[in-house]
Design a protein around this ligand. Structure first.
Ligand code: PRT
Ligand code: ZN
Length: 283
């Protein structure tokens, strides 16, 4: 049995549960529960506030966890970051009132900065030799300048909409974050093996993201041209059709280049092109 801590509610909860689901691990979305158990994998889920996850994993009360890298950095907990998970992307930035006469980081000398991330901010200020006062507040950091609590803020930004609607402008992007899978050092062999199995599944989900399965019919004399257009995982699958001189070709392509590839394939005489979503890619 391995124990995983995830956010009980909030921005990372849904994506964390979705990732487990895609990895074939079903846990109930028990918002009011503290501890749940997967039906089809030896895994327990501990539902926590995100701030508590790094510490609980470092202490060993949970073996692994899914949390924002910002929380790992802020708490300084002794955990290993095992995988970046590609969701919950954001940055922590310094922002000042848009009317401020901002000249560069030295502007912050002698100023006060409101934040929920005092440790990351303290490190940034020290690295840049800035002498500013840190005002730690837990929520609604973005209203601090208008409320006269601080001259500037250091807070999470994703779209930037919150800053704009509070009359602030983002002036220094300091720390980039996304959800990560963390583990405590020194797992038992049994737990290491379970973690390996979870990683294998997560990697397969990740690998399939944005990829498409494509199949088409082609005249046999254009197969070489088609292979050149299709960098498959190893090489495309080619099967003869009942119609003389024609084959069916199957491959996996990147979603990003889908339309260019389809145009090029039509250009060399491909017909009956089908594009399907991929569920998992297992190398
Ligand atoms: O209750 P609990 O303590 O578990 O949750 P929380 O309220 O502390 O955290 P939550 O759920 O808001 O965020 C969890 C994690 O999501 C954070 O630690 C980040 O790793 C990640 N994340 C990603 C974000 C955002 N994007 C985000 N936009 N966390 C917060 N925000 C907030 C930000 O604080 C600001 O108020 O959204 C606002 C800015 O958004 P934009 O899009 O207007 O720029
Ligand atoms: Zn929190």
């Amino acid at each position: 049995m391995i124990r995983l801590a995830i956010q009980s509610k909030g921005r990372l909860n849904e994506d964390s549960l979705q990732l487990l689901h895609d990895a074939g691990i079903s846990v109930d979305d028990a918002k009011r529960k503290f501890l749940g158990k997967a039906a089809d994998f030896p895994l327990e889920v501990l539902y926590l506030r995100d701030d508590d996850i790094p510490g609980v994993v470092a202490d060993g009360a949970s073996d692994i966890g899914i949390v924002g890298l910002n929380e790992v950095e802020e708490t300084g907990a002794a955990v290993k970051v095992i995988r970046k998970l590609g969701f919950g992307n954001c940055r922590i930035s310094l922002a000042v009132p848009k009317t401020a006469d901002y000249t560069g980081p030295e502007w912050f000398n002698g100023k006060s900065i409101a934040t929920s991330y005092p440790n990351i901010l303290r490190r940034y200020l020290a690295d840049n030799k800035i002498d500013a006062t840190i005002r730690e507040i837990k929520g609604s950091v973005e209203i601090a300048p208008a409320a006269g609590i601080a001259d500037a803020i250091f807070d999470i930004v994703s779209s930037g909409g919150t800053l704009i609607s509070n009359g602030l402008s983002e002036v220094e992007k300091v720390f980039w974050s996304e959800a990560v899978l963390i583990a405590r050092p020194g797992l038992t062999a049994e737990k290491e093996a379970l973690l390996k199995s979870i990683l294998f599944r997560i990697d397969a989900v990740e690998e399939s993201r944005g990829k498409k399965y494509i199949l088409m019919n082609l005249p046999n004399d254009r197969i070489e041209d088609a292979i050149a257009l299709l960098p498959a995982m190893r090489s495309p699958t080619i099967m003869p059709l009942a119609a003389e001189g024609w084959s069916s070709l199957h491959s996996v392509i990147d979603g990003g280049s889908l339309w260019q590839t389809v145009e090029a394939l039509k250009g060399i005489g491909a017909e009956g092109i089908l594009v399907l979503n991929l569920d998992k890619v297992i190398d």
